[in-house]
Write a protein that binds this ligand. Structure first.
Ligand SMILES: Cc1cc2nc3c(=O)[nH]c(=O)nc-3n(C[C@H](O)[C@H](O)[C@H](O)COP(=O)(O)OP(=O)(O)OC[C@H]3O[C@@H](n4cnc5c(N)ncnc54)[C@H](O)[C@@H]3O)c2cc1C
Length: 416
């Protein structure tokens, strides 16, 4: 069914009896052309673009839990394309362009809201760096504006502009950045893939691979063996575990990242604000809750929950930059498992096993990457060649030294 004002009206008149589940619940077939492991944003987007861009519809997405139950439903929903390094800029630029047409493309309301993302600057050196970053973003064709003290103060008067340690000197604003409703993105891609014939199979955990003479033949799952010509891994925080089942040792560590939300408040935050020096960022959801987060918990873990010291650290950073946040009551906090690479940038590449492809290492940035990641991964699986938007997101950069270290923090995953 196509969603429209007319279908809402019609179903209203018919007692809402015409709505159907938005995807089927098929049993796995014994064989597919392509299997995608992981029903998160990236796996679902990949299946969608395999069908939409390449006409490959004999595809299954295998998800160990429920669709969208991983990080795609746990993130703080920030979308932006304000990267600096060649390799990342073109990829995230492509992603933002796809975001801008995503609702029409999927015929699904993903609540894309281009409310602007501002990175605060606290020193002359940081302003210089933001000028360079802004230029790189503009050379890529995206928008970036360097704001001075007064402009930031006018937009966000209640920040602590005279903070003794981190006075606000200005900021780098990307007006086309913003937020989107995370679950809706998973549901929209799922619906689009299902409509094109993709089988979305939930409660189906991949437990091993069938590999013979260096070629993947299929996977073992909690619902039996399923064969395929090609298999794509899109399991985010579980990348190293699933990779190990295929004999791969990936340049990825898993870490916990927490997020927090307050009670609903009247609109106070027009856009997304990041206070990088304090590892704090915040936006306001459409329901009114302040949604904020900070740094990783800093220890390796596969548990989707965090620890109290980081709760304290994030709240301290929030209080430092936005003292009034201390008056808001926090309702919930949660954690997600982050697939952190050694240079902080993702990987979309073939693996040494023929027919087995890898997508992961999304670190903090995977939600905004969702459409482009699916687009590029589908291209790689379908054609065997990297998409022109993702030529540098290669696995072998850790051997050749052509790393994409956006933050310049070195080969330490929990620093990115
Ligand atoms: C607290 C938090 C805040 C974040 N904020 C942002 C943000 O503001 N902006 C941004 O761009 N990014 C953000 N991120 C990062 C972003 O959410 C992730 O990088 C991205 O969601 C990862 O891709 P995914 O959606 O495919 O992952 P997931 O949704 O985690 O999908 C992977 C799926 O694979 C499944 N799986 C794992 N193992 C198996 C198996 N053996 N068999 C079958 N299925 C399996 C999992 O169950 C899961 O559903 C945040 C992350 C967290 C945790």
């Amino acid at each position: 069914m196509r969603y429209s004002g007319f279908s809402v009206l019609l179903n209203g008149l018919r007692g809402q009896a015409g709505w159907k589940p938005i995807w089927r619940d098929p049993a796995p077939k014994p064989r597919y052309d392509v299997i995608i492991i992981g029903g998160g944003g990236h796996g679902l987007a990949t299946a969608y673009y395999l069908a939409r861009n390449h006409g490959i519809t004999n595809v299954a997405v295998l998800e160990r839990g429920y669709l969208g139950g991983g990080n795609v439903g746990r993130n703080t929903t920030i979308v932006r394309a304000n990267y600096h390094i060649d390799g990342n800029t073109e990829f995230y630029s492509h992603s933002l362009k796809l975001w801008e047409g995503l609702e029409q493309e999927l015929n699904y309301n993903v609540m894309m809201s281009q409310r602007g993302v501002i990175n605060l600057a606290h020193s002359d050196g940081q302003m210089d760096f933001y000028a360079r970053r802004g230029n790189a973003i503009r050379l890529q064709g995206d928008d970036a504006e360097l704001l001075g003290r007064d402009e930031v103060r006018a937009a966000y008067p209640y920040l602590d502009h005279q903070n003794a340690r981190f006075p606000i000197h200005g900021g780098l604003l990307q007006r086309r950045g913003g937020t989107a409703r995370h679950d809706a993105v998973a549901w929209g891609f799922a619906r689009g893939a299902d409509t094109r014939g993709v089988d979305l199979i939930q409660n189906c955990e991949v437990t091993g691979f069938r590999i013979e003479r260096g070629r993947v033949l299929g996977v073992e799952t909690s619902r039996g063996s399923i064969m395929a010509d090609k298999v794509g891994m899109s399991v985010a925080g579980r990348s190293s575990q699933v990779g190990q089942m295929a004999g791969l040792r990936l340049p990825i560590e898993s870490h916990v990242l927490q997020a927090f939300v307050t009670e609903g408040l009247k609109p106070i935050l027009p856009g997304v604000v990041t206070f990088g020096m304090g590892h704090f960022y915040i936006s306001q959801s459409d329901k009114g809750g302040l949604v904020f987060g900070g740094d990783l918990d800093f220890y390796n873990s596969y548990a989707a929950r965090g620890n109290l010291p980081m709760v304290e650290h994030v709240c301290e950073a929030g209080m430092a930059m936005m003292p009034m946040i201390g008056r808001a009551r926090m309702l919930r906090s949660w954690g997600g498992i982050m697939d952190m690479t050694m240079d902080g940038s993702p990987i979309i590449d073939k693996t040494p096993v023929d027919g087995l492809f890898f997508n992961g290492g999304w670190c903090y940035g995977g939600f905004k990457a969702t459409p482009a990641s699916g687009w590029c991964f589908a291209h790689l699986i379908a054609t065997g060649q990297p998409s022109r938007h993702a030529t540098k997101l290669r696995m072998d950069r850790f051997e050749t030294g052509h790393v994409l270290d956006e933050e310049g923090t070195g080969a330490q995953p929990n620093r990115h």
